[in-house]
Design a protein around this ligand. Structure first.
Ligand SMILES: *Cc1c(COP(=O)(O)O)cnc(C)c1O
Length: 357
């Protein structure tokens, strides 16, 4: 008997997305770095990215990068999250380059590289408005001076990030600034800085509108390849596949119940206090899938007649009164998922993964 919960990944459709994106970006002079953090650097999906035309892999976790290094020895690896001090030596030994934003980190990189007698490539992260990681324009001279004193640390590029903390959208204006910063650093350092990395999935819309500034030559793409969507831009990307994956949970209870709670109410299992409208008696189902596995708000039932009411660590509660086909105990229920749900499912030891060609 099939075991649940089960995440089914359509590797062929993911590869097709990678291919379309790599071709589309290629025409604009942009290389695609495949971002693997959403799926624990799973080798089947990573292969699909590579076969589709991604030139390098980027991940936020050193463990995932170690996995990629084993599975794909020749492919350049980038650490996306600015490194922790505690992992830095491992980062130098394992990866080809890393995003960096702290002067202390460059000093420490120089110390480690001197000790190991090797050089390492740093990509300077610029904050262009989203206010997560990155240096500010006024700090450029400080970093140029520091890099000039750090012969083992080579500036390989500059990178911008959008849409992560504040939801700031990429713009031609911001990316022109990034290109100008790269030019400035090249002059200050007196060597070529090859990479100008203009963001992630959300930057694709700039290419679509013909607004990507000349000089941007890399994007780091995860979400668009995996799900064919752009959450920051709040859109489905119409030229990509969205039906790349689904998750199934199994029904463990189906019962007609009053929808209104009974008794004095406190907070729910996660401290939440929500309004529960009285809709009379409704047919409800419980699926054995919960917040231990994924953020349930990030699920969407494939059957449009099913509504998610809420859930706890191990249960998701559904209103199935208007379900297209009647549900029974033991039935699987299918859901589409977003990036957050994918992250949760891939990192949950409780979830089985199935691959479709
Ligand atoms: C996650 C991440 C990306 C990829 O973002 P997607 O929206 O999945 O394309 C790119 N750059 C950085 C720094 C990230 O953390």
């Amino acid at each position: 008997m099939k075991r649940y919960p089960c995440l089914t990944l359509n590797v062929g459709k993911i590869k097709e997305n990678a291919q379309k994106i790599a071709d589309f970006c290629g025409e604009a002079g942009v290389k695609v770095c495949g971002v693997t953090k959403g799926f624990l650097a799973d080798p089947f999906i990573a292969s699909a990215m590579l076969d589709g035309g991604c030139r390098s892999f980027a991940d936020s976790r050193i463990e995932n990068l170690a996995r990629l290094r084993k599975d794909f020895p020749g492919v350049p690896l980038v650490l996306l999250r600015i490194p922790m001090r505690s992992e830095l030596e491992h980062v130098v030994c394992l990866t080809d380059r890393s995003l960096v934003s702290m002067p202390e980190c460059i000093t420490e990189l120089e110390r480690i590289c001197t000790k190991l007698n090797k050089t390492y490539e740093a990509v300077l992260a610029f904050d262009l408005g989203d206010r997560r990681e990155g240096i500010l324009e006024k700090e450029m001279d400080t970093f140029a001076a520091l890099l000039r004193q750090s012969p083992h640390v080579k500036l390989a590029g500059v990178a911008a990030n959008f849409g992560c903390f504040a939801g700031v959208l990429p713009s031609a204006f911001a990316l022109k600034r990034l290109v100008a910063f790269k030019d400035y650093m090249e002059k200050a350092l007196d060597y070529a800085v090859p990479i100008c990395s203009g963001g992630s999935t959300s930057s694709l819309s700039l290419i679509e509108r013909g607004e990507l500034p000349a000089g941007i030559n890399e994007l780091r793409i995860g979400e668009a390849i995996l799900l064919g969507q752009d959450v920051t831009g709040q859109r489905i990307i119409p030229w990509l596949n969205q039906d790349t994956m689904f998750v199934e949970g199994q029904v463990v209870e189906v019962r007609r119940k009053p929808s209104a709670p009974e008794g004095q109410r406190g907070a729910d299992a996660f401290g939440g206090l929500k309004d529960i409208p009285d809709r009379g008696e409704r047919l409800r189902a419980i699926v054995a899938l919960g917040r231990q596995d994924l953020p349930i708000e990030n699920l969407e039932p494939l059957d449009k007649g099913i509504e998610i009411l809420g859930g706890s660590s191990d249960h998701t509660l559904l209103d199935v009164e208007e379900a297209g086909s009647p549900l029974q105990w033991g039935d699987p229920v299918r859901f589409n998922l977003g990036y957050g749900a994918l992250l949760g499912l891939m990192t949950s030891p409780y979830v089985r993964k199935e691959y479709k060609k």
